[in-house]
Design a protein around this ligand. Structure first.
Ligand code: FAD
Length: 392
């Protein structure tokens, strides 16, 4: 089998790229390990940055989020010193987020791609990319029954996440791999419960961080900082809600609206960047390029941006023989990635007591509360926050 561009992975990165290439008449195929139902039902991100919405609108991919997405623009911080709110539409660029669950976006992108006649192979796992530094790279695959196959391509876009075949196929020494474990773990919870406040809630507490993020009128995501060794099922529902009440200070600020916890995951906060994002004809995008801790909700937004940059570059290369966009792809994306990493790192240090091997816990804690106070009291600091919080 052949295609000019073989895209591995049908997440936000792979499907935005597939849709854009399809619209421009570029011959492409998407290879996806999971089945269609799984792809369209994986609950993950929910906060789309203004730039992400603009990209999706520009390419006619925003119909669903235009109808069902909800504008969101307020954060509430609950701390040992009381609570404060930032209406970030009043600061920075003045843009809100759009709350739209990632799996709904993925389902929309999938429908759009298939309606346009796009080729996709579900239940097809990419095993390896070979000969990426030559003119005819190949992707070896196996289907759901373990039968092997092979795709020949001119370019391969690895949009298959951190553990995908794209990263695995990079020859040793061809890229630099940055990894940073932030030493913090979140228990991520999806609750069948209406949001409890009309804001993103960030609570700092001596027992650890707790977060609240609306997903829809009756689904809310919560996070609880937990010990690294925690397993997703360790905490009973009662324990989850009691701990959320305590850390979100429900007795002071009002009760949380409880409901069934329908999904749980343990999320170690880590950063992971590959540099450069290219080896010959193999390009990395989305989580395959860089993993970012979910503390600042950037991952899906970076994935969409990188997919647009890569689609432009691939179209120029294939339609006009102009490969300058491909040559600049890595540098352009890494500039966005490192800014997002820096802000996420700042958010992690704003919201958590971090492990402190040097015995300076009190010092670190004082710095953290000074950071929080600056955000509460300084308008320029809130401008900086708003610009980075919604920016990509
Ligand atoms: P993915 O969405 O992971 O898609 C990769 C696809 O590749 C998958 O469909 C997978 O099945 C497929 N695949 C993998 N390996 C292979 C293979 N070998 N062969 C074929 N197919 C393969 N980001 C935000 O911007 N905002 C948020 O609010 C936010 N919240 C998050 C909350 C949680 C709990 C988590 C875990 C993440 C969150 N993120 C958030 C991050 C965001 O979900 C990811 O950054 C985003 O999914 C990246 O998109 P992607 O297309 O690169 O990868």
């Amino acid at each position: 089998d052949t295609a000019d561009v073989v895209i591995i992975g049908a997440g936000p990165a792979g499907l935005v790229l597939g849709n854009l290439l399809l619209r421009r008449g570029v011959d492409c195929v998407v290879l996806e390990r999971a089945g269609r139902d799984d792809v369209a039902h994986r609950a993950r991100a929910g906060f789309l940055a203004p730039n992400t919405v603009r990209i999706l609108q520009r390419h006619g991919l925003a119909e669903g989020l235009g109808r069902r997405g909800r504008e969101h623009g307020v954060c509430e911080f609950r701390t040992e010193d009381g609570r404060f709110r930032i209406d970030y539409r009043q600061f920075g660029t003045g843009d809100p987020h759009t709350v739209y669950p990632q799996h709904e976006l993925v389902a929309d992108l999938l429908d759009h791609y298939l309606d346009g006649g796009g080729r996709i192979r579900f239940d097809t796992e990419a095993v390896a990319v070979a000969d990426a530094d030559g003119p005819a790279p190949t992707v070896t695959v196996r289907d759901g029954d373990g039968r092997p196959g092979r795709w020949r391509a001119r370019y391969v876009a690895a949009c298959d996440g951190r553990h995908g075949a794209g990263r695995r196929s990079l020859p040793p020494g061809s890229v630099r791999h940055h990894h940073r474990d932030h030493g913090v773990t979140w228990l991520g919870l999806l609750a069948e419960a209406p949001p409890s406040l009309d804001a993103v809630g960030y609570a700092t507490h001596p027992r650890g961080f707790a977060g609240h993020m609306a997903r829809s009128a009756d689904i809310t995501r919560y996070y609880l900082q937990c010990p690294r060794e925690t397993r997703a099922d360790d905490w009973s529902e009662d324990r989850v809600w009691d701990e959320l009440d305590l850390r979100m200070r429900a007795p002071d600020y009002g009760p949380l609206r409880r409901g069934r916890v329908i999904r749980r995951s343990v999320v170690p906060l880590a950063s992971d960047v590959i540099e450069p994002l290219r080896h010959g004809a193999l390009f990395l995008a989305g989580d395959a390029a860089a993993l970012i801790s979910p503390s600042a909700a950037k991952g899906a937004n970076l994935a969409v941006l990188e997919a647009e940059i890569l689609a432009d570059a691939l179209t120029d290369a294939l339609a006009q023989g102009d490969s300058s966009g491909l040559d600049r792809y890595s540098e352009r994306c890494l500039a966005h990635i490192w800014r997002a990493q820096e802000f996420s790192h700042w958010m992690i240090r704003l919201l958590h007591r971090l492990p402190d091997p040097e015995g300076t816990a009190h010092f670190q804690e004082r710095l953290r509360s000074a950071r929080m106070a600056a955000l509460r009291d300084s308008a320029p600091q809130r401008h900086w926050f708003a610009e980075n919080y919604t920016g990509i």
